[in-house]
Design a binder for this molecule. Structure first.
Ligand SMILES: O=c1ccn([C@@H]2O[C@H](COP(=O)(O)O)[C@@H](O)[C@H]2O)c(=O)[nH]1
Length: 275
């Protein structure tokens, strides 16, 4: 089953648009992991198992594993998700972007090495840099459009025109180009931050039912109601609303897994109120 179909199936069957981000930070792990050489894996596995029933996807962030030299833990974590929670897609958040001859290795990293179902990609280098990802028709290519961070406006809001016509913010050109030209295999999705409800609305108006990965609720303060009202599709889906720290560190005590489950369930219920 391809990524978009798997996502739609999960949205319907589990009635959830929540994604839990897996961003291990040992300094914030509960005390029981202090002497655990495999803490990144064990902590994330516990979070995965506790929250799986409430999520439509998991999103491990590659830098959090690579910085620890814990790539092997990431490999095992993705394998664990596939084995223990089949049907829940894994989006590897690596935001890759490079010339085509290198990009094909980044695609292989995501899909062959880590067995991810989808990967985040930076479109700044243009179509040929994304093509090696797009060519994996069964995999999701989740392309940065309007990111959640404060500096998103520095470049993404610059008003540019296409051959002297159609002057509008760059992120809107990105959205349109992807929906119109890059999505030939039906495997594209867009990253649009929860912290920008007006831009979410603009992008939804441009791209129809394309799925959005929406980081920025929880620790970054995005407004869940505004996200859902402005960006859901007509059938009340279309969103993968991702939260990392607010779930992972809902408690730093021995009840961390139960607290994570409660945080994920609460987010699911809040989203579902506005669908
Ligand atoms: O625009 C973007 C794109 C990606 N991210 C990533 O999402 C999580 C957010 O973590 P929280 O703890 O929920 O704030 C993190 O992995 C980012 O790298 C993003 O925040 N914004």
């Amino acid at each position: 089953m391809n990524f978009v179909t798997a996502l739609k199936t999960r949205w319907q069957q589990a009635n959830t648009l929540v994604c839990v981000g897996l961003d291990p930070e040992p300094a914030r792990f509960p005390a029981k992991f202090a002497d655990d050489p495999d803490a990144a894996f064990n902590f994330c596995r516990d979070i995965v198992d506790a929250t799986a029933e409430y999520v439509c996807a998991f999103k491990p962030q590659i830098a959090h594993f690579a910085a620890l030299g814990a790539e092997d833990a990431l490999t095992r974590l993705v394998a664990h998700i596939h084995a223990a929670h089949p049907g829940i897609p894994v989006i590897l958040d690596s935001k890759r972007g490079d010339i085509g001859s290198t990009a094909k290795h980044y695609a292989s990293e995501a899909f062959d090495r880590y067995a991810a179902d989808a990967v985040t990609v930076n479109p700044y280098l243009g179509r040929d840099s994304v093509q090696p990802f797009l060519d994996h028709a069964d995999k999701g290519v989740v392309i940065l459009c309007r990111t959640s961070n404060p500096g998103a406006s520095d470049l993404q809001d610059l008003v540019v025109s296409d051959n002297g016509r159609d002057a509008r913010p760059l992120y809107q050109h990105v959205a349109e180009k992807i929906a119109r030209d890059w999505n030939a295999n039906g495997n594209c999705a867009l990253v649009v931050g929860a912290t920008w409800p007006e831009q979410l609305k603009q992008v939804r108006a441009i791209v129809g039912d394309l799925p959005f990965l929406v980081p920025g609720v929880g620790a970054q303060g995005g407004d869940v109601e505004a996200v859902v009202r402005n960006a859901k599709t007509a059938d009340g889906t279309g969103l993968v609303v991702s939260s990392s720290r607010a779930v992972l560190h809902a408690s730093d005590g021995d009840d961390y897994a139960e607290a994570a489950a409660t945080a994920a369930r609460t987010l699911r219920d809040e989203i579902n109120r506005y669908r």
